[in-house]
Design a protein around this ligand. Structure first.
Ligand code: NA7
Length: 544
């Protein structure tokens, strides 16, 4: 934040006035705009990107797909929209999801109220006005009643802290900022740093083009075959005939995706049943298929060990070279506690003669040189480096903006020891300031579409309540926030998540506090809690 001007903002210089300023033109920002306009509020969306789509605007690397099924990862708020839109594959590609986002913007004529290539730089609460003053990179000074941060959870990309990174003379790419025109790796020696979802999706396609591909792995991931396929129109028609019921079940579910039946506890099953359950989960091509096979996999280490070992056995059976197979087997954290992945031929790619895995646990990267990457005594020369090194997740897109609440208190400082929210949507000291799928809400542990719709509906209902009752400000009470933070942390600590160095725990960013960032209470129960708060006249909030 060193370049940000943090001087007090002057309301007299405001260039525009809205009821609600929406930060982010992803699915959350678009649905908010549509809903708010329908309710008679004035609102405008601002986004640094050149178009709609949020994460799907930026992440254009080869093989980028959603790993929630397309029939689930879509809006449910308008039955006409869900009936008319046809997904082509089980898991939609980034271009198809971006087409869907553009279709939504066209269909609801959202374009006139969205402003692109404009980054929010500062948002200061003005006590006298009871409004926010917000500056943008385009020179706007906006006076707004409310600010909604619809900024996404994985929106602040992160490069690794490796000496010499600036010295490299070849081409460099970041998965999260992929060139729109694509990249042709034909005839090139390519390095990929990272083995998270983005790397696991892109490596098979990069390796299909490149002369030689070297993958630099710090932590192996648990990945399962996506089993992607074209959607059968008859299957889709049957589902769409019952879409209302299906959507309702998604809303009440734990992960925002309907699951059949009630899983039992791992050791209630016989060894044979356990293996059959894991095999079915593996074959299902579904993120929660295997982890959701038993109710206690994310809570009981011994149970988790059995699932993890099943996956390791699959890796060993796919990868020909035993040493490479062992290096690809995750062993030091429970399955599910770092974001698991779905892939198409990821492990198989390491059987190609022109693909090499460098195990950074054995030989760490010492520096990046003008010609390539140095590990131990070896300098690996490459023509291009792909950084698939992740994000300052969940809080980065908040703390990178100069947000100042009551008395000039800075959000980034308030969150020094971890985020503090009430229900993941509001923050004490920051009146009329909202987060969609923010930290301490189900967010990244759920089907984002379900969580986005729930937050947008809840926030807009609240704004209507304020308007109807003549209130102009709303702020989370300190005691309610305290209780929610404690509850969220307590639930997180009952799981196995704290055992991994994951971005869920903030562990991928040096100096970031080690706190479990999302809420693990499940979408259905979380929704009930939010509805209860609203039904009690916004319990835990000060309305004025
Ligand atoms: P992730 O999942 O955060 O993956 C980042 C990867 O980059 C991960 O394997 C990291 O290893 C690795 N990394 C980060 N820094 C370094 C350094 N310095 N050296 C070597 N390797 C490094 O990001 P993605 O973009 O793949 O996926 C983000 C989410 O998008 C995903 O979870 C889904 O929700 C969709 P580490 O594990 O930290 O050892």
């Amino acid at each position: 934040m060193t370049n940000v001007d943090t001087r007090p903002l002057n309301a007299d210089e405001a260039t525009a006035t809205y009821d609600v300023m929406i930060v982010g033109a992803g699915f959350a920002g678009m649905y908010l705009l549509h809903k708010l306009r329908g309710l008679g509020f004035t609102a405008r969306v601002f986004d640094a990107a050149g178009g709609v789509g949020g994460t799907w605007y930026w992440n254009r690397y080869p093989g980028a797909r959603c790993d929630v099924m397309s029939i689930d990862y879509s809006f449910s708020f308008d039955p006409e929209l869900e009936q008319e839109w046809q997904w082509s594959e089980k898991y939609a590609t980034q271009p198809e999801i971006l087409r869907y986002a553009n279709h939504v913007a066209d269909r609801y004529d959202l374009w006139p109220d969205m402003q692109f290539e404009t980054r929010i730089e500062a948002a200061h609460w003005n006590e006298g006005l009871g409004r926010w003053l917000v500056t943008t990179s385009a020179g706007d000074l906006v006076s707004t009643g409310h600010v909604v941060m619809a900024v996404g959870t994985l929106s602040a990309p992160k490069l690794p802290e490796i000496p010499g990174i600036e010295s490299y003379q070849g081409a460099t790419y970041q998965t999260q900022k992929w060139p729109h025109e694509g990249v042709d790796f034909t005839g090139k020696r390519v390095a990929v740093i990272g083995t998270g979802s983005s790397a696991i999706q892109s490596i098979p396609l990069i390796a299909a083009q490149a002369t030689h591909t070297t993958v630099f792995q710090r932590t192996p991931n648990y990945s399962m075959p996506a089993g992607n396929r074209p959607l059968d129109p008859a299957e889709v028609a049957t589902l769409k005939a019952n879409y209302r019921d299906y959507r309702q079940r998604a809303k009440e579910s734990f992960f925002g995706v309907p699951i059949e039946g009630e899983p039992k506890l791992c050791f209630e099953a016989t060894e044979e049943e356990r293996q059959a359950t894991y095999q079915a989960g593996w074959d299902s091509g579904n993120l929660v298929g295997l982890i959701g096979g038993f109710a206690d996999i994310l809570f009981n280490k011994e149970a988790n060990d059995t699932a993890a070992e099943f996956i390791r056995q699959q890796i060993r059976s796919i990868v020909d070279d035993p040493e490479t197979a062992e290096a690809l087997c995750p062993k030091d954290y429970p399955v599910g506690t770092k974001r698991p992945c779905l892939d198409t031929n990821y492990y198989q790619t390491f059987n190609k003669p022109n693909v090499r895995l460098v195990n950074l646990r054995q030989t760490p990267i010492t520096e990046i040189t003008p010609k390539g990457i140095k590990v131990g005594d070896e300098e690996i020369e490459v023509d291009a480096i792909v950084y698939a090194t992740g994000f300052d997740a969940m809080t980065g897109s908040f703390t990178r903006v100069d947000i100042q609440g009551v008395g000039g208190v800075k959000l980034a400082e308030e969150w020094t020891n971890g985020p503090r929210t009430y229900l993941g949507v509001a923050m004490t000291g920051f009146p009329n300031f909202w987060a969609v799928t923010g930290p301490q809400s189900p967010s990244v542990l759920s089907n984002m579409m379900v969580s986005i719709e729930q937050h947008v509906d809840w926030i807009t209902d609240c704004l209507v309540h304020l308007r109807d009752k003549g209130y102009t400000t709303i702020e989370a009470e300190a005691s309610a926030q305290e209780a929610w933070v404690e509850h969220s942390n307590e639930l997180g600590n009952q799981t196995l998540y704290p055992l991994a160095n994951s971005w869920y725990m903030g562990a991928n960013v040096p100096g970031k506090p080690r706190v479990f960032l999302p809420y693990i209470g499940g979408c259905g129960p979380y929704r009930e809690r939010c509805n209860e708060v609203a039904a009690k006249g916004y319990e835990g909030f000060k309305l004025a």
